[in-house]
Design a protein around this ligand. Structure first.
Ligand SMILES: *Cc1c(COP(=O)(O)O)cnc(C)c1O
Length: 226
């Protein structure tokens, strides 16, 4: 378990190094992506100082949350969302990064009504424009964001994206640039946003260079998933 602590320190150092190299002014938070990891692994990362954890699958997350209820974890939902899961997601998470259509936002809003703290929301952007990929198309972002911003039990914080995987840092940076452009467009239209959720184990330094404020890191922290 010490290796989780060692890897956490190495990632936090690498995040700071990437910020300095890019002369990035924004603060960057590490979201530890704990899908397919045990409650014990999450507990070890928490003991080493990590407090933000991201999960993709509702039932798996609920099981681990029940085992970790003694910890002050901030839980982020980052996986695909089916309509029939919105009630539980709204009640058991602090943030949702993967809002990919207005109907999901409306359902999360309704389910959050009895919680005094709004659910923190990122809209997932589909930058590759493939019909198969989830996310809101760039052309529809402003209208979607405007509708979400009106929902009283949600707080719209920014954008999330999962670009097509690439080992080429140039391709990675071009994809992140598109997300950043979408984000800047929304800021220019007056949306009060502060969160750009981009970057994973293989590309987080490039994402930070392009303005990431949350990097979502799984395997580099916990090791390969089964
Ligand atoms: C699994 C996952 C991650 C983390 O991926 P790694 O490559 O293990 O860092 C980040 N974001 C989302 C949405 C994921 O599903």
């Amino acid at each position: 378990m010490t290796s989780i602590s060692n890897r956490l320190q190495a990632i936090l150092s690498a995040i700071q190094a990437a910020r300095q190299l890019a002369h990035a002014n924004q603060a960057v938070q590490l979201l530890a992506v704990s899908k397919a990891q045990s409650a014990a692994a999450i507990r070890a990362a928490y003991a080493a100082g990590q407090t933000l954890f991201g999960e993709n699958y509702l039932q798996e997350a609920l099981d681990k949350q029940a085992q970790l209820s003694d910890l002050a974890i901030q839980w982020h939902f980052i996986g695909p969302i089916q309509s029939n899961k919105t009630q539980a997601i709204a009640q058991h998470f602090d943030w949702v990064h993967s809002v990919d259509r207005l109907k999901i936002a409306q359902r999360l809003n309704d389910a959050r009504a009895n919680n005094s703290v709004p659910l923190q929301i990122c809209v997932q952007v589909n930058i590759s424009n493939e019909a198969s990929k989830s996310g809101v198309l760039a052309a529809d972002l402003a209208s979607t964001a405007a509708a979400i911003a009106k929902l009283p039990h949600l707080q719209l914080r920014g954008l999330m994206a999962i670009p097509a995987p690439s080992k080429d840092p140039y391709v990675q940076s071009q994809q992140f640039k598109q997300v950043r452009q979408c984000y800047d467009n929304l800021l220019a239209e007056g949306f009060a946003l502060d969160t750009l959720s981009i970057g994973m184990s293989d590309d987080y330094a490039v994402a930070i260079e392009q303005g990431a404020t949350i990097v979502r890191i799984g395997s580099a922290l916990f090791g390969a998933r089964n």
